[in-house]
Design a protein around this ligand. Structure first.
Ligand code: CP3
Length: 322
């Protein structure tokens, strides 16, 4: 989850002012930016340097990512004609550089590489709003006012996402994460009607591979059983719900990823350590806990706190040899 982020000086230096979507078209840059955080700290996996908007950019949707703001779409999708403009993704011709970067990375990495994609609802929110939103008013207006058109939008996006994930899996990623970052703004009824069928189809579409999938959302405490039903070998949760409560709801037969508040890392080290130990304690030594932040690394995070956190988690989770 933006693990490298902007917290590393070498990252900021390397990235400069280019749009991240442009940087993602250069495999050697992607390799370098993916490896940077691993040189700083012994994390157990690497996350591909990319963005959820990459496959949409690859099929020609006019998107840019503004620093400090996020994805911006100048010609938002508001009707059936807009939905019809989305064409299927053909990874070999539309985004060969992404697959090339993955192939180079898996040769070099000693830890598994995580590939990822945005979920249809979260991608739709950017396409419909035209940019980041607090209320998701236009997205909800379309969902309620034009449910058939909205359904077609999610269907088209689910097909794009499935193709994008399959291509990453074929190129060698060992895990995929599906980010439905903003789906927590919906109530249970909306989720069940409008989103769940598309997510079920998406997870079924990648179920034939032996690559596990992580299903993540922010503020999804009220939806967790539905997200679980939709699919994913692991569910990713943010800090707003205690990890043990979330895991009981999901069921201990699934894995869980989370859930230290990224803002905790901005506090003094003793607070970071206390909160991190609390997350580990709530996992209670069970198999299937992937320690992570509940959301992305914030730009002003001290690198030293990230490094000490990785060490603390490793120390706290060592198990006697069996
Ligand atoms: O750190 C990494 O290399 C991981 C790769 C990664 C990025 N984006 C790179 C990125 C991942 C996993 C994402 C996912 C992503 N992108 C999500 C889902 C996860 C989440 O955080 O909820 C979402 C919603 C986006 C859309 C997006 N892209 C936002 C909201 C922003 C932040 C804009 C800002 O400046 O505040 C981006 C830009 C972005 N994507 C950055 C990185 C490292 C930072 C800016 C940059 O270097 O250009």
């Amino acid at each position: 989850m933006r693990q490298a982020g902007r917290s590393l000086p070498e990252y900021r230096e390397r990235r400069g002012g280019d749009d991240i979507l442009e940087t993602c078209r250069h495999p050697e840059e992607v390799v370098e930016l993916t490896l940077q955080p691993l040189r700083r700290m012994p994390v157990d996996a690497a996350i591909l340097f990319s963005d959820i908007m990459v496959p949409l950019h690859a099929i020609g949707v006019p998107i840019r990512i503004e620093a400090g703001r996020g994805p911006v779409v100048d010609d938002p999708i508001r009707d059936a004609a807009g939905v019809a403009r989305l064409r299927p993704l053909e990874p070999e011709t539309d985004e060969p550089h992404a697959m090339e970067a993955i192939r180079l990375l898996v040769k070099e990495l000693e830890v598994p590489l995580i590939g990822f994609a945005g979920a249809p609802f979260t991608l739709a929110s950017y396409l419909v709003e035209g940019g980041p939103s607090r209320t998701f008013a236009r997205t909800k207006a379309m969902l309620y006012g034009e449910p058939v058109v909205f359904g077609r939008l999610l269907e088209a996006l689910a097909d794009i996402v499935r193709a994008h994930l399959h291509a990453q899996i074929d190129a060698g990623v060992r895990v995929v994460q599906v980010f439905d970052s903003w789906v927590g703004v919906l109530d249970r009824d909306d989720y069940r009607r409008a989103v769940l069928p598309h997510m079920t189809r998406l997870f079924e579409g990648i179920a034939g591979t032996d690559v596990p999938a992580i299903h993540f959302g922010v503020g999804t405490g009220h939806l967790l059983d539905l997200l679980r039903d939709a699919g994913g070998d692991a569910l990713g949760v943010d800090h707003r719900i205690p990890l043990d409560d979330a895991w009981s709801t999901i069921g201990h037969d699934r894995a869980i990823q989370g859930n230290l508040d990224p803002a905790a890392l901005l506090g003094p080290w003793d607070v970071v350590a206390r909160k991190a130990r609390d997350v580990v304690a709530r996992a209670a030594g069970r198999d299937g806990h992937v320690f992570n932040l509940g959301h992305g690394v914030l730009p002003d995070t001290p690198v030293e706190h990230l490094q000490r956190l990785v060490d603390l988690v490793h120390e706290e989770t060592v198990r006697p040899a069996t």
